[in-house]
Design a protein around this ligand. Structure first.
Ligand code: AMP
Length: 332
């Protein structure tokens, strides 16, 4: 693809905080054919900021001649936890052991094979720890199956990790790959609270994370920015938790830590531009502002090291991502 000239139109499916760069909006259900038609015809390239957009809408855009990146394969893999883990292990990006669960019997067999505790997650539509329940005894199985709505699910062996890391990487239309330094992530109640980046990692862990990112990007023939969540088992061993086919919350530190942040990188990739530099010029501690924590903006705005990013959401529901603050520190 010839690089899109400045002034071209890029379409984004999804209207959350990750797509806030837009200058115009089409407000319609994801499966509104007219709206999809308008988006496809107006945009020189289309992307998405949310992996649970219906795959059929993306296929529709592609069939209508739109250039969509990342493509339908990346979306399909990221939408289903069993397909995702099967794909990941197939490209050498190892995950925890798992079992597909379609019935209480499957769950009991899975418990037998994987041991306890194990984590039962819905196959689809889960995010930020939603649709997940720990199973600690076989006696809990029926309740757990009920708690996730008796929907197609996955049972995951517990990852015995020392910490959670992530790597944000991009692949351009020419196949070039750029990888940012790793982030170390702290979750609370299944939701990301803080990312510290660049994370203090040994050379082997760094190399392994980069190799994982490369296998995933190439295995999906991916174009755009991808987030890969990792469990660090110590001894430089990493397991992949999940992938996100989009800019990622654990990559927000790049806004104030890198010359080319993940948002620009994604736009560069889908517009067919060369990828930008990924080296860090600062160390950043990114903290999500959840719910009414956003009210701290007055205090935060007076701190010398704090760069405040607010999403402009009207209602501060508990746990809702309302903004984030990047605390910028010297590189060590
Ligand atoms: P997820 O929605 O799959 O990213 O899970 C949210 C969080 O739950 C992760 O960031 C981990 O802290 C934890 N978690 C998920 N899967 C596992 C697992 N198999 N073993 C241990 N902890 C997990």
């Amino acid at each position: 693809m010839t690089p899109l000239a400045p002034g071209s139109t890029l379409g984004i499916l999804g209207g959350g905080q990750l797509g806030r760069v837009s200058q115009g909006q089409i407000v319609a259900p994801y499966d509104d054919l007219n709206a999809l038609g308008v988006l496809g015809q107006t945009s020189q390239a289309v992307t998405f900021e949310f992996e649970n957009v219906p795959a059929t809408s993306v296929e529709r855009l592609v069939r209508g001649g739109a250039v969509v990146a990342p493509g339908p394969k990346a979306l399909a893999v990221a939408q289903d936890r069993v397909d995702e883990k099967t794909f990941l292990n197939g490209v050498g990006a190892t995950t925890v052991d798992f079992a597909a669960v379609d019935s209480l019997d499957d769950l009991l067999n899975g418990i037998e094979r994987l041991g306890l505790p194990a984590l039962l997650k819905t196959r689809r539509d889960g995010y930020d720890g939603k649709g997940q329940v720990w199973v600690r005894s076989a006696a809990m199985a029926a309740d757990a199956w009920h708690a996730i709505g008796e929907r197609p699910a996955i049972l995951e062996a517990r990852a015995d990790f020392t910490r959670e890391l992530s790597v944000i990487a991009a692949r351009g239309r020419d196949g070039a790959i750029a990888v940012y330094p790793l982030g170390e992530n702290i979750h609370k109640g299944g939701v990301l609270k803080t990312t510290l980046a660049p994370a203090a990692v040994d050379a082997k862990t760094d190399k392994r994370a980069r190799a994982i990112a490369k296998s995933v990007l190439e295995g999906l023939d991916y174009v755009g920015v991808l987030g890969v969540e990792l469990f660090d088992l110590g001894d430089s061993r990493l397991l992949v938790n999940e992938i996100a086919p989009r800019v990622h919350n654990t990559g927000h530190w790049t806004q104030d830590g890198c010359v080319c942040d993940q948002f620009e990188q994604h736009i560069r990739a889908i517009a067919g531009w060369p990828l930008g530099p990924t080296t860090a010029h600062a160390r950043v501690e990114m903290t999500n502002l959840l719910g009414d924590e956003v009210d701290q903006w007055t205090k935060l705005s007076s701190k010398d090291d704090a760069r405040l990013h607010l999403y402009g959401k009207a209602e501060a529901r508990p746990g809702r991502k309302m903004g984030h603050v990047n605390r910028v520190k010297p590189l060590i």
